[in-house]
Write a protein that binds this ligand. Structure first.
Ligand code: TNX
Length: 551
């Protein structure tokens, strides 16, 4: 990894970040991606079944039954445990994945859980040996494929594994011929961490709901279970709030470089949340603060300390003027009403309250702001999710904090963790998937470098429990892959940064620590190439990966 612009182990300075990204900005706008679509016409042959060991993220335990296989037939049905909406949802999701490429009818049938599984069966409950809500057992015999789980989450996780055991052409958006054969055996699986997130910044560059849904599809494949949606930043306010309509009318009217403007109506946001839920992904909406708030400060004069509206901001990174007025009571009336409306349309447990880049604030100001805003989230029945800078002012017992770097308030994060806070690990030099892969293509403007370049081995070779010395291991909730979008214009560029590094973060978050092994990962990752290609995901053909020919 080539770390430029900072000393290892030292705080990352804002000046460094701003200047590096400002250079990127000059060449970014209007340049299309150096995409690696790969051929869409070549379909890999599917005579042999996929080995049960060829899954990302690597399952906890795999037992193969040599010589046994199940072949999905045109007359097969999907059985779902009767009386359970969750089993029905999971069965509908699976049917949706299978029907188009196979061309089979695959009706969903509700059956008592005691029914002998035939065809493809989703059985909810009774999987007592599985730990936690997310575990599942997948059994493949010549007669049936059975996924057993105790909770909804487990069924969805089992389906994502099953999906990878079918030929790559399953991912084709068009009908293709079989055979649809699955290797016999048993997989028993559960995650290392319950939180495996991806953060998407729709504030710097607005992404329409169709793009967000596509990213949700991308995430669900690899058992990422949280989508952290960064809805507010200096450059744009992206969520309709009825009590403060100018936030979107004015604050949503621009973006970085004045290019990608827009916002989600409440109906669109709810639709995104529902779409995610029906794929096993929970949305965490984030309303930034105390800084990065220029879009709001441009929308309402009264939110500014001097009572004068700020200009809209279309630059890169942080504006120096996006600071909410922490001493004015109206700031908290505003946040109360915004959080209330966001909570009302968010079924998931968390609301993000930001904390991004607050280095210009005094500890007293941060305490004032987060002491007041944290309880508002709880008042509306949600749990507080914040970047590490916010930990200083939040009640640790009820907070989840996201760590992006070492050397920025380490003591506060450790103290919060000791007080009960949960910590999500997203070290910028490994997990930030908006960093460039390498410095060899200066003409390729997409991506940042302030945390160094991050090739695929860099994204894989790290361990959440050794990132911050002194952090109790028990406090670690999981991992996240943030994708900031100052340099990212459109889905092709976004997917090219996310794939394949997102798979590294997914495996670190899911697979047992003892199974982490680069050589094993890179081989399994290579086998994802044809799948991603079939799904038209614009992944980066990283040179370290032994992609099959044609990738
Ligand atoms: C840092 S690290 C940020 C974001 C930028 C990102 C670009 C952190 C919490 N904030 O404001 O978008 O760098 O990589």
């Amino acid at each position: 990894m080539n770390v430029s612009g900072r000393l290892p182990g030292r705080p990352l300075s804002r000046r460094t970040k701003t200047s590096v990204i400002a250079v990127a900005m000059v060449v970014t706008v209007g340049v299309s991606t150096a995409a690696a679509w790969g051929s869409t016409s070549s379909t890999p042959a599917a005579s042999g079944a996929v080995p049960l060991t060829r899954v990302v993220p690597q399952p906890a335990s795999v037992q193969t039954k040599p010589g046994v296989a199940y072949t999905l037939s045109p007359g097969a049905a999907i059985q779902a445990t009767a009386g359970s909406a969750d089993a029905k949802d999971a069965a509908d999701f699976l049917a949706g994945l299978l029907r188009k490429p196979t061309g089979y009818a695959l009706p969903v049938r509700s059956v008592p859980s005691s029914t002998t599984p035939t065809g493809v069966a989703l059985v909810l409950g009774g999987a007592d040996s599985l730990k936690g809500a997310e575990g599942y057992q997948l059994d493949v015999t010549s007669k049936a494929v059975t996924i057993r789980a105790n909770k909804r989450e487990g069924l969805f996780n089992g389906i994502e594994t099953l999906r990878q055991l079918l030929p790559a052409k399953l991912e084709s958006p068009k009908p293709v011929g079989g055979p649809w054969r699955i290797q016999g055996g048993t997989i028993k699986d559960q995650p290392r961490y319950g939180f495996r997130g991806a953060m998407l910044d729709v504030a710097r560059n607005f992404m329409p709901d169709t793009g967000v849904k596509r990213y949700i599809d991308d995430l669900a494949r690899y058992k990422i279970n949280y989508l952290h949606l960064h809805l507010v930043d200096d450059q744009g306010w992206r969520i309709q709030i009825d009590s403060w309509p100018n936030l979107t009318k004015i604050g949503g009217s621009t973006g970085v470089g004045g290019i990608s403007k827009g916002y989600y109506t409440k109906a669109q946001y709810k639709d995104i949340v529902g779409y995610a839920w029906s794929r096993g992904v929970t949305v965490i909406p984030e309303i930034e603060g105390s800084d990065h708030q220029q879009a709001a400060l441009a929308s309402y004069a009264e939110l500014n300390c001097d009572g004068k509206a700020r200009e809209l901001y279309t630059g890169f990174l942080k504006s120096d003027e996006g600071l909410l007025c922490v001493d004015k009571p109206i700031t908290y009336t505003f946040m109360d009403q915004v959080i209330k409306e966001v909570a009302e349309m968010t079924p998931g447990p968390y609301i993000g309250i930001g904390g991004d880049e607050t280095q210009n604030r005094s500890a007293a100001e941060l305490k004032t702001y987060y002491n007041k805003v944290g309880p508002l989230v709880q008042k509306y029945g949600k749990k507080v999710y914040g970047w590490q800078e916010s930990a200083v002012g939040l009640d640790p017992a009820t907070t989840t904090t996201e760590l992006w770097g070492v050397g920025i308030g380490d003591d506060e994060v450790i103290a919060a963790a000791k007080g009960g806070a949960k910590v999500v690990m997203a070290p910028s030099d490994h997990a930030y998937i908006d960093m460039k892969y390498n410095a060899e293509k200066p003409e390729y403007p997409v991506g940042n470098t302030w945390a160094g370049t991050t090739d695929v081995p860099d994204s894989y070779n790290w361990d959440p429990k050794t990132v911050l010395k002194g952090l109790p291991e028990s406090a670690i909730a999981g991992v996240e892959a943030p994708l900031w979008t100052e340099t990212v214009f459109g889905m092709d560029q976004l997917e090219n940064l996310a794939f394949p590094r997102l798979l590294s973060i997914a495996e670190i978050g899911w697979s047992p620590e003892s199974s982490h092994n680069w050589d094993s990962f890179k081989t399994r990752l290579a086998a994802q190439g044809p799948r991603l290609r079939e799904a038209r995901v614009n992944y980066y053909i990283a040179p370290e990966i032994p992609w099959p020919s044609g990738s």
